[in-house]
Design a protein around this ligand. Sequence first.
Ligand SMILES: [Fe+2]
Ligand SMILES: [Fe+2]
Length: 319
Amino acid sequence: MKTAIEIAKVDHQLVVRLNQAWTRRATVCSPDKALVSEAFDPARPDYPECMVPFFHHPKFQALSEELKSSVLTWGWIGYNLRTVTAEEHVVNPALSVIANQYLGKDDWHFREAMQQTLIDEHYHTLMHLRAIERTREDRALDQNLDLPPSVTYRRLVALRETLAEQWQRDLASITFAVVAEISVNAYLDLLADDQTIQPQNRRVAELHNRDEYAHSKVLAEVAKVMYANLQPSQQAFFTQTLSVALSAFVAQDYSMWEAILTQLGVDAAQQIIADTQERNKNATIMRDYSGLQRLAEDLGISDAIDFDFRPTLKTAAVA
Ligand SMILES: [Fe+2]
Ligand SMILES: [Fe+2]
């Protein structure tokens, strides 16, 4: 294995600095940061109206205020559930494989960064599980909706099922985790900056986002070290799968909203979803892929990536 020092374009010092600052910046190291002074206000939405892709659809606007509020509450719960799935079933297993199999014994600072990141991610799961419980209590929810996992996760599961070798399945999860970690900030920014929603909900996103700013930097450097440690056939597989992962994160996905509308008994659910799909068919999902474009350039694999980065640099509508 090459040591990190030998690999071109790896910013070793950046990782050292981030590691040293971990106890000061990481949410898990100061859990009281999650406390907010503002009390729960039932009139405030749980999730931003502007992030509901059909909020202005006349059939949705015609619903009672109570039902509209419930849709936003379940949108918030669904977002938290999907985050927990991503952390527990994609990011954590993938980071663990990187840490234990794809870093050499001389890559200490990268190993240290991975362990810190894993601790952050486990804490994020706890934060989002708590957010769900708190919301259920605040809104006195006794109902349980059956919400589907994201299209991104479904695509990873389907891809893994086609792969014969364990190292291929591991690398598939790693590419999805790398894309998630280096592009999630744009979405979290929207939630973290939204002043219309419950302050406690905004705070969860803000704290998660702060950690992810560090993770995106760490993962870009770790990915370069890992890539240098792969065999040529594994490098080719990584490059090919990276294109699949990039596409999976910008795929249109209204399955959660459709489940929410249908299960809350909205008669026009199908029409609202169909109209929204039609209206947004050319829209780009909120992802900032500039960090991944840079990573591909640093790895020297840009030409082999089957993905057009251009539209996602100017992010548009949110699904
Ligand atoms: Fe996270
Ligand atoms: Fe992360």
